[in-house]
Write a protein that binds this ligand. Sequence first.
Ligand SMILES: Nc1ncnc2c1ncn2[C@@H]1O[C@H](COP(=O)(O)OP(=O)(O)OP(=O)(O)O)[C@@H](O)[C@H]1O
Ligand SMILES: [Mg+2]
Length: 340
Amino acid sequence: MIEVINLSKSFIDKNSTIEALKNINLKVEKGDIYGIIGLSGAGKSTLIRCINRLEEPTSGSVVIDGQDIMKLKDEHMLKVRRRIGMIFQSFNLLSRRDCSKNIAFPLEVSGCHKNDIDKRVDELLALVGLEDKKHSYPSQLSGGQKQRVAIARALASNADILLCDEATSALDPSTTKSILALLKEINARLGITVILITHQMEVIKEICNKVAVISEGEIVEQGATFELFSKPSHPVTKRFIGDKSLEGTWVYHAKDKSSRLYKLTFLQESAHQPVISQLIKTTGVEVNIIAGHISNVQGKSYGNLVIELSGASETLENALQYLIEKNLYVEELVEDERVV
Ligand SMILES: Nc1ncnc2c1ncn2[C@@H]1O[C@H](COP(=O)(O)OP(=O)(O)OP(=O)(O)O)[C@@H](O)[C@H]1O
Ligand SMILES: [Mg+2]
């Protein structure tokens, strides 16, 4: 397990101080694919670099399997760092080395025997599906193939944690999917814990079981992926997820201010009940359905419906109460707070 505890990082830049990370707390369990999403400059790279101490935090700690790595001196830290592979958006391969030599590099540095290196390199090439590119140079590879080499290199020293800094941001959508599938396979087959930072919600949706949203150096929301998608609470999270059912809503609603707008989220059993017709019968409220959309996240679905309610204020209150009692997730949409 990786625990990030009260971690802060400031950069002193000439006369000013940049607080890149403010009191970050995260718990990543073994076997998680943990996504961290944020806009450019939010502090994602700084955070991931603090996890393996490529960057020294200003305060706080990172505890891996009960060991506070901030307290480790050089050679012990080196040992821990071998457990932590890292891949980047720009691949960072050595251009003068072919695939096999790129993958072999960390093994050479740690003084492995040549025969062991050769065997391990072949295993890794097979793992990432690049047996036929063993002697190709980085310039002869596509972006997706380069990232596969980088993944093999990151895992060479039997790493059990893989840190990914925007690993798919330079790739087209279908190559992105294939790299994400590889990460998922590595996670499932080898039990490798993956921490992945991205600015693309699609990446999170595809493979992460947990997610944290970072904004201006702070974690503003975190949880299981489906929960976060179906019930986002922070405006930054909402903006990342977007909601197709809201796209036309504001244009429509600009005219009538006396009614109230609600966004309903239907999960599991609530999706099978005639909630809206019952709402009208029970409370007498006027309902106007404005938009609706069903989303699927990792095989689980949730529905959103935007409705406009009108009636006397007591009727409106009763209607709201009714919806809440039906276990729907209800949000009033207020134009001043709109995020779409
Ligand atoms: N070495 C540094 N010296 C000074 N400021 C830095 C340094 N590294 C990062 N920062 C600042 O810290 C903040 C967070 O940067 P960081 O690179 O972690 O963001 P990011 O979320 O990875 O962004 P991007 O999505 O663009 O990669 C930014 O304001 C950045 O300018
Ligand atoms: Mg970055």
